[in-house]
Design a protein around this ligand. Structure first.
Ligand SMILES: Cc1cc2nc3c(=O)[nH]c(=O)nc-3n(C[C@H](O)[C@H](O)[C@H](O)COP(=O)(O)OP(=O)(O)OC[C@H]3O[C@@H](n4cnc5c(N)ncnc54)[C@H](O)[C@@H]3O)c2cc1C
Length: 388
């Protein structure tokens, strides 16, 4: 067993750190205040070929694994770019996995290179306002009309829909009452984001203003059959395939952001003098920081173990879910502790940790909440009866 980063993994970390160093705290603070997609950051990663890190080489990617992508995403978040930086590229990194695995050769050649090079941006449209985590109940309809489908419905929380050129969208093509199981009769498309048939309303949210999330209303969007991924009715299965890597990546982002918070808190604890000594000399300040370090390390090991399981073709569901849970909680605790370590200044934007605390809620909630992960582990790992 070898826990060390390989030479290649270390060089990925170094290269990403060098790019991130060009986008300092001031850049992310301004993005957080003003909003606006971090185009320059996205372009810098694209220019050096990082967006296609785990896409196959044949389609313009680097052909590396989820382990390497997890290192990349953690490094971005840990630089202080946080979720503003990570979410700006997250979809590029693994979002199109269903196309890689289930797409035809023609689709891969057409769809993957523009994403790998950063020429196009895509959003991922699953969540719906009336459905929540019970994805099989989604109501967006796709009706086949000859050589195309007509898609209508509403999605919510769709990140980057303001700027997306394409959309990976899960729809219902067979009414649920006619499907053999609720998870059947769902169809996946990689469609052009044709704004003549799509209305996008940005959600005013708690953090990560730079990367928009939106309500999306689709009315009569025509999607050619060539843009359907895999077979009609099997979309849920295809989406499931990408879920474990997505959990691993977002978990790694949470660890990165937690580390950024811990770094700031530790520096502050060394410098801030109250009652004639640095606040970091007090155990009440030291011990929570030490706890955060340990919990972030443990979460990181779980992330890398899950990534290794995925990359080596082992079943990675329990580890990916556990990594997402542990990293979300450890990241949150580190960000909250960082605010408390700063005292009143922790509440001031110029110290950055309040932004981290707002952003770390994202990997806690998405793409699946801690409650549902606990349900998954209870049911699938421990064999307890399904509770819902
Ligand atoms: C910033 C942000 C960006 C996002 N980006 C995207 C995106 O790009 N694309 C996309 O498709 N979605 C996106 N989402 C949506 C996200 O994946 C969902 O919000 C998340 O999956 C939770 O679904 P919900 O909000 O509908 O919660 P609900 O399903 O309404 O659940 C509400 C609460 O009830 C709990 N709950 C529900 N059922 C049970 C149960 N049986 N047992 C215990 N607890 C239960 C949940 O855990 C949760 O705490 C984003 C969300 C956010 C906040």
């Amino acid at each position: 067993m070898d826990f060390a980063l390989s030479e290649q993994q270390q060089s990925i970390r170094d290269a990403i750190e060098r790019i991130c160093a060009r986008f300092g705290d001031g850049y992310w603070l301004e993005r957080d205040r003003e909003g606006g997609f971090p185009q320059e950051f996205h372009a810098a990663l694209a220019a050096d070929g990082w967006l296609g890190i785990c896409m196959p080489e044949a389609y313009g990617g680097a052909g590396l694994g989820v382990s390497e992508a997890a290192i990349m995403m953690q490094t971005i978040a840990a630089s202080g770019a946080g979720l503003s930086g990570a979410s700006a590229v997250h979809m590029n990194i693994f979002g199109l996995n269903p196309v890689v695995v289930f797409g035809s050769e023609e689709q891969k050649r057409r769809m993957l290179p523009p994403i790998a090079t950063g020429r196009e941006k895509a959003c991922f449209a699953v969540t719906e306002p009336n459905v929540g985590l019970d994805t099989s109940r989604l109501q967006t309809r796709a009706v086949r009309k000859g050589d195309h489908y007509v898609v209508s419905g509403a999605k919510t929380w769709i990140s980057t829909a303001q700027i997306a050129d394409k959309m990976l969208i899960l729809t219902r093509s067979t009414p649920i009452e006619q499907a053999a199981k609720p998870t059947q009769g769902l169809t996946l498309f990689y469609a052009a984001f044709d704004r003549r048939f799509i209305e996008v309303r940005e959600i005013d949210k708690m953090g990560r203003k730079a990367v928009d999330s939106n309500q999306v209303f689709i009315d009569g969007l025509e999607v050619p059959v060539e843009d359907r991924i895999g077979e009609e009715g099997r979309g849920f299965e295809y989406i499931l395939h990408g879920m474990n890597p997505e959990r691993i990546l977002i978990a790694s982002e949470a660890v990165g952001l937690g580390r950024a918070a811990l770094r700031r808190a530790t520096e502050y604890a060394k410098e801030r003098v109250v009652f004639g000594r640095p606040i970091g000399q007090n155990q009440a300040i030291q011990h929570p920081l030490a706890q955060c370090w340990m919990e972030l390390e443990a979460a990181h090991l779980m992330v890398m173990s899950a990534a290794w399981q995925y990359d080596t073709g082992r079943p990675s569901g329990p580890a990916a879910n556990a990594a997402k849970y542990l990293a979300g909680e450890a990241g949150f605790k580190a960000c909250q502790t960082a605010v408390m370590t700063h005292g009143g200044y922790g509440y001031a934007k110029e110290f950055h940790v309040e932004r981290y605390l707002r952003e770390v809620m994202i990997p806690r909630i998405t793409p699946i909440t801690p409650h549902l992960i606990l349900c998954f582990i209870a049911e699938r790992v421990l064999g307890l009866p399904k509770s819902y």
